[in-house]
Structures are given as structure tokens and as C-alpha cells.
Design a protein. Structure first.
Length: 219
């Protein structure tokens, strides 16, 4: 009798434990993925690219993601040899969203489901950079170049989709200019030295050699 009662008590406790665990919400991870590709022709045919100008190498800018997708015109005066992005939002809380978020961790991840981070899964978009390195909160795109005057595509996506008005985050009022998402990212780029500067260095070196040669002939 005692054994039967004990088994029944353990079964009830087990069932109660399972019910309690099922009521405990699993902690979600918010994934963020940028891609850097050739021009998105579909978007290019509907609106003009955003122009990157007065943006110096190493200068850090911050913005929200997911962002309103658009092409970019590199009008910086530099050939961009790498793009660096740093997650500034490391946990996200929003009691007004559906579902609500409570201090959920944010990290780089595979949002488009191709098994890779930072590469496009759209055959119409060609990845510009071949090397993608993740170190903590930073993701670096290198092994390619965005020429000055060229157009490229650099959208950010999140999983779940936190774009305002997409179903989880309420839409942003029409009068508000900034309509990007709530996750903050910092960004900067490194540049290849301008060809004019390289040419100047080569000319200066040639002149220096010529002067040394001329002096040596006079001795």
C-alpha cells in the first residue's frame, strides 16, 4: 500500500513539474545578420540609392536594424576594403511588443537560413566580400572592395523579424523620419589608399632615387 501511495505521489509531483516547466517561457535569442552584395536591381528600379558622402574611414556611425532596405552609393571618395559592424544592443526588452521581450540576448546569427552568417542566399545578389569574421559583438567583412562611385546593397535582418510594423513591433508613426528597427549597430569602414596618393608616393620615390643617382655621379 505504501509503495502504491509513494508511486502515486511521485507521479503527481512529476506531472506538476512538467506542467510548471511548460509554463516557464523559453528564453529567446534575437539573431542579427547583415549582408553586403552587388546592387539590388528590384529596389534600384523603385527608388534612388542612399548616398554615402562625408563619411571618413574609421568614422563610427550608429543606426537601428532591421533597416529600411535600400542600395547605397559609395560617394566617400575612397575604395572601401572592409566593413565592420558592432552590436551595441546586447539584450532587448520590450513589454509592448507581441510577444513581449524581457532582456533577450542579441547576437550575430544565420537569419536567412542558408547555414552561413553574412552571405546572401539570393542568387541575384553577388556577395562582395569573401572573408567574414565574427569576434564577440563584432563582424568584419573583408576580402573584397567597394569602389568609389559604385552602388552596393547592405541590408540587416533579424530573427524574429523586429522591423517596425512587421507584426511584432508596432509601426512607426508616419511623421517620424527614422523608421529603422530597435536593435542598435555601430559601423565603420577601412579604405584602400587613393590612387592619386599612391601615384604621388611612387613619383616622390622616383625623384628621390634620381637625385641620389645624380649626386653619386658628381663624386
Amino acid at each position: 500500500m505504501t509503495t502504491t501511495v509513494t508511486k502515486l505521489a511521485l507521479s503527481l509531483l512529476g506531472a506538476a513539474g512538467i506542467s510548471f516547466l511548460s509554463l516557464t517561457p523559453a528564453r529567446a535569442v534575437i539573431l542579427v545578420e547583415p549582408i553586403v552584395t552587388s546592387v539590388n536591381e528590384d529596389i534600384f528600379n523603385t527608388k534612388k540609392p542612399r548616398i554615402l558622402t562625408d563619411f571618413q574611414p574609421g568614422q563610427v556611425i550608429e543606426y537601428g536594424v532591421p533597416d529600411v532596405a535600400n542600395n547605397f552609393l559609395n560617394n566617400t571618395g575612397y575604395d572601401i576594403e572592409s566593413l565592420v559592424f558592432d552590436l551595441k544592443t546586447l539584450s532587448y526588452t520590450n513589454p509592448d511588443s507581441t510577444p513581449a521581450f524581457d532582456n533577450e540576448p542579441v547576437e550575430w546569427g544565420d537569419v536567412n537560413g542558408d547555414g552561413k552568417i553574412g552571405l546572401s542566399n539570393n542568387p541575384d545578389l553577388k556577395d562582395i566580400f569573401t572573408d567574414i569574421n565574427i569576434s564577440g559583438t563584432t563582424i568584419t567583412f573583408s576580402g573584397g572592395v567597394i569602389r568609389n562611385g559604385s552602388i552596393f546593397y547592405n541590408p540587416f535582418a533579424t530573427l524574429p523579424n523586429l522591423a517596425p510594423g512587421a507584426g511584432i513591433i508596432p509601426p512607426i508613426p508616419a511623421e517620424q523620419t527614422d523608421k529603422d528597427g530597435p536593435i542598435r549597430v555601430a559601423s565603420y569602414y577601412t579604405a584602400i589608399p587613393e590612387s592619386t596618393n599612391v601615384l604621388g608616393v611612387l613619383v616622390l620615390g622616383a625623384v628621390s632615387v634620381a637625385l641620389k643617382l645624380k649626386r653619386s655621379l658628381h663624386y
